[in-house]
Design a protein around this ligand. Structure first.
Ligand SMILES: Cc1ncc(COP(=O)(O)O)c(C=O)c1O
Length: 451
């Protein structure tokens, strides 16, 4: 296999950076203005990660496209890092949201939509009881709290290089086999090794060993890792994970915030998993802040038996705006009309098309990369070997090359997520959109090879 010519990367990157600045004068000027009031010129720190000297400022978005303030149109394969997996502002959502805006936004009282949603969530995902939150982070945090309360154990276990939102306990990695705070972890409340055990994904022996301590309330997992590239479970891994957790009295949380790309019932339904908790946020209300967490009858009954009504508002779960009427309406219409079986039947073949296009270039150019897929999500990695765990996936990261590939695509009207090389298909994405990426990807590799 031919490694790409690194000596070409630096001048090509410089050329792309200059092109980006020249073609985005209005974004540049907004970014300069933002320096006076926003830290780093961005409203949320992750936005500093976009390739190029500044992020593009958005004028409007619809379906799988958006337009920036300089008038460029983009195919959006980032889709708000899954928040807009529904496509931007799908019509049924806009209609339902407009109606609900006129009928009240938040009351701290339930609406009928809450009941409809509870019934639909039971039908889709199989768990018995449901509660609502505003972000997947919160839904994870609340699930962890409940797992601790039910098991009377302090610790949790996560997989190396996981991401589950800004959950303090999850910012831990293995360094030479020793658990340490993850690089970049800002102001951790305590050393995460105090709260968390961490093992490699797919490592059954390590799971057995760590859960054997008898102090782990729950395993918090993505059924396939999606936040360090896609890492699939080995055959039999989920069965082993479930057997081991049950044997050690540890509860299992499936965070399906990203793996909902697998199908309408998530990875859980597609692979008949049996988690004790199920978490879903981001696209569940088409990007309007909303999240859900569900749990089994056994967990629910144990929780209810332990919560006193008098203390239920200060127990560390819930929130004033959680389950507000607006986000309930948005979730209902999203599940009823947007993230449907028919939508997935369109989205998944598009991701297959993406994979086929990228794979063709990888093979023809003979670069040591590969492309992988989970439902309607696809991702290319800078290694020919499919990673078996988070460490192997992280070792394949190449930030300089990644930034170049992203900027090259951005300058040609295609937006990838700013984290690794992830692309997501929405119900509004078209084959032409996918082919646009394929073409741009082929050109980037061709230039890198100097052909
Ligand atoms: C698997 C997973 N869980 C939870 C979250 C957190 O979502 P949010 O930032 O909306 O709270 C993310 C965000 O990327 C995620 O990928």
């Amino acid at each position: 296999m031919t490694a790409i010519d690194r000596s070409r990367l630096q001048p090509l990157s410089a050329r792309e950076k200059a092109r980006f600045v020249a073609e985005h004068p209005k974004s540049k000027s907004l970014f300069e203005r933002a320096q006076k009031s926003l830290l780093g010129g961005v409203p949320m720190n992750w936005m500093s990660k976009w390739p190029g000297a500044f992020p593009v400022f958005v004028e409007s978005a619809q379906g799988a496209h958006f337009t920036d303030v300089d008038g460029h149109d983009y195919v959006d394969l980032c889709l708000g890092d899954t928040g807009a997996m529904t496509g931007h502002s799908p019509r049924p959502l806009v209609e339902a949201a407009e109606q609900q805006l006129r009928r009240g936004i938040t009351l701290m009282l339930p609406t009928e939509n809450a009941v409809w949603l509870g019934e639909e969530l039971v039908r889709r995902f199989g768990l018995r009881y449901w509660q609502f939150a505003l972000t997947a982070t919160d839904a994870n945090r609340f699930s962890i709290r409940l797992a601790r309360m039910v098991t009377k154990r302090q610790r949790i276990l996560v997989f190396n290089y996981c991401y589950h939102g800004t959950v303090d306990e999850s910012f831990i990695t293995l360094k030479d086999g020793v658990p340490v705070a993850r690089r970049g972890n800002l102001g951790p409340p305590v050393d995460p090794a105090v709260t968390t055990r961490v093992v490699e994904f797919n490592d059954v022996d390590a799971l057995e060993r760590e859960l054997g301590h008898g102090d782990v309330a729950c395993v918090l997992m993505e059924p396939a890792l999606t936040n360090v590239g896609i890492v699939h479970p080995n055959p039999g891994f989920h069965q082993a994970l479930r057997d081991i957790t049950r044997r050690h009295g540890t509860l299992l949380i499936a965070d399906e915030t990203h793996t909902i790309c697998t199908g309408p019932g998530g990875y859980t339904q597609a692979h008949q998993l049996e988690p004790d908790f199920f978490v879903l946020g981001k696209p569940i209300a088409s990007g309007i802040p909303a999240a859900v967490y569900g749990f089994t009858e056994e967990v629910g009954d144990r929780v209810r038996a332990q919560i006193r009504t008098e203390d239920c508002d200060t127990g560390g779960i819930g929130g004033t705006l959680a389950a507000n009427a607006f986000s309930l309406a948005a979730m209902r219409v999203t599940l009823e009309c947007v993230l449907t079986e028919q939508a997935y039947a369109r989205m998944i073949p598009l991701a297959e098309r993406f994979v086929a296009g990228v794979e063709d270039t990888i093979k023809k150019a003979d670069v040591p990369w590969h492309v992988t897929r989970l439902g309607c999500r696809a991702e290319y990695l800078f290694t020919s070997k499919r990673p078996a765990n988070g460490s192997e996936a992280a070792a394949a990261a190449d930030f300089e090359l990644e930034q170049f590939m992203h900027l090259y695509a951005l300058n040609r009207g295609v937006l990838l997520t700013p984290f690794h090389n992830m692309a997501l298909m929405s119900p509004a994405t078209t084959p032409t959109d996918v082919d646009r990426h394929t073409e741009v990807f082929r050109e980037a590799v061709r230039e890198l090879q100097g052909n």
